[in-house]
Ligand binder design. Structure first.
Ligand SMILES: *Cc1c(COP(=O)(O)O)cnc(C)c1O
Length: 230
């Protein structure tokens, strides 16, 4: 099978499985958007999926994604930044992504706000929450979440759209309580700050079904579409 045929088959299967997971969760499939995680895969792969109708792509590495954006600038795509972001890289990222999923500290939020202001844009973001505790570093811990939200809401060039999480392990059913927790936290923020957050970014190749049943609106799937990353 050619690369193109393989990608097409994987992609169509994923779309089918997403739909199926929505039906099982009694959710409208239109509420769940697929973010195809293309890190470490080629611009050619992205272009091919774009031809099949995929618009949203997720990337983790600043240099890599900026090069891809340049190569693919003729396509109208929605880019998602989903990786750990150093504060000094904020200037390269602000204004270049439809959504930044990985804001996890005040310093980074302020820098993104400053850079977005310079460029005269409103940058949409998610706050990444670390629900797995000591096993990983990325994401704000639950205890610090409300105060981070409070600070982010003061920043005029940022628009908070929801929460994101990356479970500490691929534990199948065991990640479900974490996804449920992220939804509860989103609801708690909505109530406390009297606002509406449309997005929960959760679920990857191994656990997107569980995430959908717990309310995911953005699922970030890489391996299942593109195969292993080398
Ligand atoms: C790489 C990555 C994904 C995709 O993971 P797969 O298991 O390949 O589907 C999703 N989210 C984040 C934050 C990632 O870094």
């Amino acid at each position: 099978m050619s690369r193109a045929e393989q990608l097409k088959e994987n992609y169509e299967q994923v779309l089918e499985e997403l739909k199926e997971a929505c039906v099982q969760a009694r959710r409208n499939p239109e509420e769940v958007k697929l973010v195809a995680v293309s890190k470490k895969h080629s611009s050619k792969d992205i272009e091919f999926l774009a031809q099949l109708g995929q618009k949203d792509f997720g990337e983790n590495y600043v240099q890599e994604v900026l090069a891809k954006q340049e190569e693919l600038k003729n396509l109208s795509l929605n880019w998602h930044f989903i990786g750990a972001l150093q504060t000094n890289k904020a200037k390269y990222v602000a204004g270049k992504f439809s959504l930044i999923h990985s804001v996890d500290r005040v310093k980074l939020a302020r820098e993104l706000d400053k850079q977005a202001k310079k460029k005269g844009v409103i940058q949409e973001i998610l706050i990444q929450v670390n629900l797995g505790k000591e096993e990983q570093k990325a994401g704000v811990e639950e205890e610090g979440l409300f105060s981070l939200v409070e600070e982010v809401l003061k920043l005029k060039q940022l628009k908070l759209k929801g929460l994101m999480t990356l479970p500490p392990c691929w534990c199948g059913e065991k990640v479900r309580p974490l996804f449920a927790r992220l939804r509860e936290l989103k609801e708690a923020i909505e109530k406390r700050f009297a606002l509406s957050l449309p997005h929960l970014s959760m679920g990857m190749t191994q656990d997107f079904k569980e995430a959908i049943s717990e309310g995911a609106t953005l699922v970030r799937i890489g391996t299942r579409i593109f195969g292993p990353r080398i």
